[in-house]
Ligand binder design. Structure first.
Ligand code: PLP
Length: 364
């Protein structure tokens, strides 16, 4: 017997979503973004599943890249935040990683490496996200300096959108226009598009797209489009009912008496809590599937358990299957009841949740 809290990871769906990203941008290479342990899905397993298909992988930092290299991953790997200390540069060379460069200190550090080094640099332009990168005024000097260094083999232009998921926002068009203006005189490959821009802004596809969340089957767009509707959820978080009781009108459920029963109810207890990564701030009414029927969370989520309304599901019993999110209940919908986004639900899954990998092809 094992605690039933499980995240099932559908590798065939992951490959389907990658192929979808490629088909939307047929003239671009696609960097599969698997930072933060593959958005909580397990970066090594995802990379192994895609290693013969992916053009490249993207991670946040060298620790994540080395983990992939040591697991035998051969494809190019991009460090999206670049390096944090000069001491990483010999490792970047040794493991043949591509690195973002977003400030002058990084350029100076590269200039001090042995002249035989050959770095692939992704130079970051800040077009309005205001998080990383050179300003439009500083950018061409940074580009020229890097171009003149013997240690730099290739430069790719990179920028990142702040609002590509909000389809009626003018910001993406402003960022695109500014990028085109700054880069028009600096010939090099370019990479602008995250998932939302891959799905909705084909003008931003260029040489390399950088899809993340869409590979996990979650639609980042404010309004789904026909492409995003073809995404297939990769993670299914499930567990089981471990106890059932009847409560009367006037009784309360769980810590702090947050939920008050106004009628007689049948309540199920599920082996899933905030220490598994299910958000404690989920509201009463957050959807949960029991035996394929949609019902709702009642009361505060505890560390190891949560309670669910079984009043209208008389066939539910101890041992009934509970889906917290997955193919029948999208993580993005659950996230709305928790004042967050699917990204935090996926990356919040903890070590205690057993991961199961499946790779059966679907009839899509
Ligand atoms: C995380 C990240 C991405 C992927 O973003 P999604 O919204 O998950 O598609 C792309 N580019 C950069 C620079 C990132 O940090």
């Amino acid at each position: 017997m094992a605690r039933p809290a499980t995240a099932s990871i559908d590798l065939a769906a992951f490959k389907h979503n990658y192929a979808l990203a490629k088909s939307l941008a047929p003239h671009s290479q696609a960097i599969a973004i698997i930072k933060a342990d593959g958005y909580g899905h397990g970066a090594i397993q995802l990379a192994q599943a895609l290693d013969d298909q992916a053009d490249a992988f993207g991670v946040a930092c060298i620790e994540e890249a080395i983990e992939l290299r040591e697991a035998g991953i051969q494809r190019p790997i991009l460090l999206l935040e670049g390096f944090f200390e000069t001491s990483e540069l010999p490792l970047i060379a040794h493991y043949q990683l591509w690195t973002a460069v977003h400030n002058q200190q990084q350029i100076d550090a590269i200039a001090q490496q042995p002249e035989s080094s050959r770095f692939q640099v992704w130079l970051k332009l800040d077009t309005g996200m205001h998080r990383l990168g050179f300003s439009p005024q500083e950018y061409s000097a940074a580009f020229s300096q890097l171009s003149s260094l013997p240690q730099v083999a290739q430069i790719v232009h990179m920028t990142h959108f702040a609002c590509a998921d909000e389809l009626d926002q003018p910001k993406t068009h402003q960022q695109l226009r500014l990028s085109e203006e700054v880069l028009s005189t600096l010939p090099a490959s370019a990479s602008f598009a995250n998932s939302a821009a891959t799905l909705a802004h084909s003008r931003a596809h260029l040489d390399y797209i950088r899809p993340g969340i869409m590979l996990y089957g979650s639609d980042p767009l404010s309004q789904a489009n026909s492409a995003s509707q073809a995404l297939i959820p990769v993670m299914s978080l499930h567990s089981k009912i471990i106890a059932i009781r009847q409560v009367q009108a006037g009784e309360t459920i769980g810590y702090g008496e947050r939920f008050h029963a106004t009628k007689a109810m049948r309540i199920g207890t599920v082996a899933m809590g905030y220490a598994d990564g299910y958000p404690r701030h989920a509201k009463d009414g957050t959807p949960i599937m029991v035996d394929g029927v949609r019902t709702a969370l009642v009361g505060r989520v505890s560390m190891d358990m949560l309670m669910v309304d079984l009043t209208d599901i008389p066939e539910a019993q101890i041992g009934s299957t509970v889906e917290l999110w997955g193919k029948h209940l999208l993580a993005a919908e659950v996230a709305r009841y928790c004042d967050t986004i699917a990204y935090t639900l996926f990356t919040g899954i903890t070590r205690r949740v057993r991961k199961e990998y499946q790779d059966e092809s679907h009839n899509f």
